[in-house]
Write a protein of this length. Structure first.
Length: 186
């Protein structure tokens, strides 16, 4: 989680039914930094780079969840998106740019589980990207430098330690997510 409130994650709840918007906000409040938009038009105004997760109702009047999702993608926001909707999934979700699809009704535990998983998935992706960059640099140095130059370099040895630590961290996150989930999302 590199965006939002580092400890808790920033979640935007987008729901046009006021009672559900307030219920979902109540479910998540205290665990996360929660913002609430009571419809798609308000959500468009609240989209920001510090969002980590957007819980998005799909069927809303005036501005639909699909339109909000398209705007998130258009702006290049790096948040994760879960559709939380009464619309049963169909094959159209295959090409939908959301990370998860949850059919209502949804419980407090289920909503928190979705947010936690999406936050972990973001952290996994970010850490994996950092690890890959460090490994690429290491590989370039291995090709361009002699074994003795590498062995004598404190900086290279530090890089090796960082890679080993990051590999453990990435594996730990993968274990938390479950290997099947990480494999399916790569």
């Amino acid at each position: 989680m590199t965006q939002g409130t580092a400890e808790r994650g920033t979640v935007l709840v987008v729901e046009d039914e006021d009672h559900l918007a307030e219920l979902y906000t109540e479910y998540l409040d205290g665990e996360y930094d929660v913002r609430t938009a009571y419809g798609g038009a308000e959500a468009l105004e609240m989209l920001a780079a510090d969002l980590d997760v957007v819980l998005l109702d799909r069927r809303m009047p005036i501005v639909s969840g699909n339109e909000v999702l398209a705007e998130i993608q258009e702006r290049g926001l790096r948040c994760r998106v879960a559709m939380v909707t009464a619309v049963d999934p169909d094959f159209d979700i295959i090409d939908m740019g959301c990370d998860d699809y949850v059919v209502k009704p949804v419980t407090r535990d289920r909503l928190r589980e979705v947010v936690d998983r999406l936050l972990k998935l973001s952290e996994y992706t970010d850490r994996k990207r950092e690890l890959t960059a460090k490994k690429l640099k290491r590989n370039v140095l291995r090709v361009e430098k002699t074994e003795s130059e590498l062995a004598d370099s404190d900086t290279f040895q530090r890089l090796q330690r960082e890679i080993a630590e990051m590999e453990e961290t990435v594996q730990g996150i993968a274990d938390d997510l479950g290997d099947d989930y990480v494999t399916k999302t790569q």
